[in-house]
Write a protein that binds this ligand. Structure first.
Ligand code: SAH
Length: 408
């Protein structure tokens, strides 16, 4: 205990405390006298230098390395050399911990889960998420952001039910797609990048059994879980399969509605993504996309630090690259067969989701605490969620909503 205190004192104690421990040195420094000059009071109260053993001036003492040296010598005289020697292992540990901590930002700043098509990094990551069950525990059946109205945000977003916000999002997206179940009641729906099928089943239930909803994903585990949940919930008009959205096996003109919620982020070719969805859409059908987008860099190119943040957001969660909302609009129009294209940015309505995701883990910690093998991943995800929060808050990222209809 004594030794620990000594080490902390050496490294971190403020000057005032150290001057209390060894007043002479600090007052010498204050008087511009050589650093290790002991001062003593004469009977008349005058202060005199009595020993000069170190040639250090007060300006040098201010430098951290010199200060450490002075502190070391001070401690030697205060605690004795044997205490110092005893404290060396702890001192060493602190130095190593300090060096590791200094390297940490660099290590964190490089994403660990970058996109790799050959290794199916997307499918692999979602397989892991699904097996770990942690995402389902906290996020429920929906792997997308929630919707928070201005009133919700004024009242405090933490008052809103985290999973309920995701259902609100889907309701809003359905309204955005004009999917009210009466005027527009698609018989065939495709959910591109369906996760564990939360939205697929939700739409299937809303539309009823006269409609058939298909969900595709790259993750075998997600398909397994999606089917399991459909059976549990007795949803008979939803089906799931592993299929690449860029090479779908559906014939042209198959669906009345193509729905893509937060899957575009993972696509290595956004043009092919839009074109393939348009291909399988029936004439007169609706395409609706929700996707994290970066700001339009055409007018103002990204700065180096912005690019670094985007790189991190890509490499951490297996996103090859992002495009802007305007790019999506251009891609939809570029197909030559889409009309009534409409876009919105829902960044401000979805923003609380990022931090809310962290808070649900704080309020309900036992699920992750009991899984120590996931702690590093969870910590990284909490950090990443905050990086995304900042990017959506300061406009580097936008939440793209894209609506378009295929010409008849
Ligand atoms: N839309 C879902 C989940 C979004 S998570 C929901 O509302 O809950 C992203 C999903 O996109 C994952 O299921 C992932 O497997 C899928 N995905 C990513 N790239 C894909 C691709 N090339 N083909 C098919 N699905 C893909």
């Amino acid at each position: 205990m004594k030794v620990t205190l000594l080490v902390w004192g050496l490294l971190f104690l403020p000057d005032s405390v150290q001057s209390f421990l060894s007043p002479g040195v600090h007052r010498a420094a204050a008087m511009n006298l050589p650093g290790k000059t002991r001062l003593t009071s004469t009977s008349s109260g005058a202060i005199q230098p009595v020993r000069r053993s170190l040639q250090a001036s007060s300006s040098v003492v201010k430098k951290p390395a010199s200060r450490l040296m002075v502190n070391l010598l001070t401690a030697t005289s205060t605690f004795g050399a044997s205490s110092i020697i005893k404290s060396l292992p702890i001192l060493g540990t602190l130095v190593v911990a300090g060096l590791l901590a200094a390297r940490l930002p660099g290590v964190i700043a490089r994403g660990w889960r970058s996109y790799n098509k050959e290794e199916n990094s997307v499918g692999r990551e979602y397989d892991a998420w699904t097996r770990e069950k942690i995402l389902e525990h906290y996020w429920g059946e929906h792997i997308h952001l929630g919707y928070y109205t201005e009133e919700d945000q004024k009242a405090g977003y933490l008052k809103k039910n985290f999973i309920g916000a995701k259902y609100d999002f889907i309701d809003r997206m359905m309204a955005f797609a004009k999917l009210d179940g009466q005027t527009f009641k698609p018989a065939k729906v495709l959910d591109v990048g369906c996760g564990i099928g939360g939205t697929t089943r939700y739409i299937a239930k809303k539309l009823g059994t006269t409609s058939q909803v298909s969900g595709i994903t790259l993750s075998q585990e997600q398909v397994r879980r999606a089917k399991e949940l459909a059976e549990e919930q007795d949803v008979t008009n939803a089906e799931f399969q592993v299929m690449d959205a860029l090479h779908m096996s559906y014939p042209d003109n198959s669906f009345d509605l193509v729905w893509a919620c937060e899957s575009g982020e993972h696509m290595p070719d956004k043009k092919a993504y839009v074109e393939e969805m348009v291909r399988v859409l029936k004439p007169g059908g609706t395409l609706v996309i929700a996707c994290w987008c970066q700001r339009d860099a055409k007018a103002f190119p990204l700065s180096r630090s912005e690019q670094k943040r985007v790189d991190f957001m890509c490499t951490e969660w297996s996103h090859p690259y992002f495009i802007s909302i305007q790019d999506f609009e251009r891609l939809a129009l570029g197909t030559g067969v889409m009309e009534n294209v409409r876009t919105e940015d829902w960044a401000k309505f979805t923003l609380p989701s990022w931090r809310h995701s962290v808070w649900v883990g704080v309020f309900d910690p036992f699920f992750w605490m009991l899984r120590p093998h996931l702690w590093v991943k969870i910590l990284r995800d909490a950090f990443t969620l905050n990086v995304f929060h900042n990017a959506f808050k300061d406009g580097l990222m936008g939440y793209g909503m894209i609506y378009a209809q295929k010409k008849k």
